[in-house]
Design a binder for this molecule. Structure first.
Ligand SMILES: NC(=O)c1ccc[n+]([C@@H]2O[C@H](COP(=O)([O-])OP(=O)(O)OC[C@H]3O[C@@H](n4cnc5c(N)ncnc54)[C@H](O)[C@@H]3O)[C@@H](O)[C@H]2O)c1
Length: 307
């Protein structure tokens, strides 16, 4: 296995791959990226740059100036062979499809140096389902980044059926070296660490709303007061996209086959109507001015608050 990680290859330079590449470059790694579609990196990184600027240019991991510097340092190539030729760590970030990921892992395995570690950024597929496509299952692992990386410096680190302790430790150390917090998943579990916590919240609040127990605005008010966040679970689901939320819930249901995991029909109906949240202007809230941003959404502090 690679003694030291210096060179990182990213395969798939869309929304996540672009961020991973820039993040690693910002923290001093030599990064080379490959995407089968020319221009993917430019498109994804431009959108992210705008989002970072709109958010005030600050994040726990990376500010706007560092992001721009990192952008310049990422090398791009139109050849997978070149991208991984001398990599110590290869991170795959192609679309969420098992067959595609297995195909890409087999290609990377054939082209990357023998000591290189191979990681997938999959949101849901455990590496144990991909590792068999390679000749080096002991050097394969899940490194699951959260979106957006510049605002959510968490990475789930999870091994497969044969991942060596050395590979796990290298994954944890590398995560820390790029300013992120490793969330070690000690045994394989669908949803990793924090995704599963967020998912438990989603499942509960979706059913409370769909079965008519509470108004979604009250759930969000409670969450905002409890956590100090500027939105609640329903506001956040609108930002992610209700089609994405629905599909993720379906995949949890597919994994467990527990009827309580089935996403509510009311959510499915919203998706079918095209009410997908922020991106379509309508979801649980209306955009661009969702009610949870109204000054009156949370009652103003009373006189006792200034004591
Ligand atoms: N978007 C998120 O919030 C998020 C968060 C965490 C993890 N992920 C995971 O990251 C992975 C990528 O997601 P994304 O949102 O960046 O998707 P995306 O569609 O934005 O990017 C995928 C990129 O892969 C490229 N690609 C497709 N096939 C390829 C191939 N054979 N070789 C090289 N490049 C190829 C595409 O051209 C595209 O640019 C998925 O596994 C997803 O589950 C996504």
């Amino acid at each position: 296995m690679a003694e030291k990680i210096e060179k990182v290859a990213v395969v798939g330079m869309g929304i996540l791959g672009a961020q991973i590449a820039v993040q690693a470059a910002c923290y001093g790694y030599q990064v080379c990226g490959f995407d089968q579609v020319e221009g993917s990196f430019a498109k994804a990184s431009q959108g992210l740059l705008q989002a970072l600027a709109a958010g005030g240019g600050k994040g726990p991991v990376m500010g706007l100036a560092a992001w721009k510097e990192g952008l310049k340092k990422v090398k791009l190539t139109s050849s997978l062979e070149q991208a991984v030729a001398d990599a110590d760590l290869v991170i795959e970030a192609v679309p969420e499809n098992l067959e595609l990921k297995r195909k890409v892992f087999a290609q990377i395995d054939a082209l990357a140096p023998a000591p290189a570690i191979l990681a997938t950024n999959s949101s849901s597929i455990p590496i144990s389902k991909i590792e068999g496509a390679t000749q080096r299952p002991q050097q394969c692992l899940n490194l699951h980044f959260y979106f957006p990386i510049m605002g959510m410096n968490l990475i789930d680190v999870m091994g497969g059926s044969q991942t060596s302790e050395q590979t796990m430790q290298a994954g944890i150390a590398w995560t820390r070296s790029i300013g992120c917090i490793p969330l070690l998943v000690k045994k394989e579990i669908f949803g990793f660490c924090f995704n599963r916590i967020w998912r438990a919240v989603k499942r509960e609040v979706l059913h409370m709303w769909a079965d008519g127990f509470v108004d979604l605005e009250d759930v969000d008010r409670a969450w905002m007061v409890f956590t100090g966040m500027p939105y609640g679970p329903f506001g956040l689901m609108d930002q992610v996209g209700l089609d994405v939320i629905y599909n993720v819930e379906l995949s949890y249901f597919g994994d467990s086959q527990d009827p309580r995991d089935r996403p509510p029909e009311a959510l499915q109906a919203m998706v079918e109507r095209g009410h997908l949240g922020f991106k379509t202007g309508k979801g649980f809230y209306d955009y661009p001015n969702p009610a949870y941003k109204d000054p009156g959404f949370l009652p103003p502090a009373g006189p006792a608050a200034s004591d």
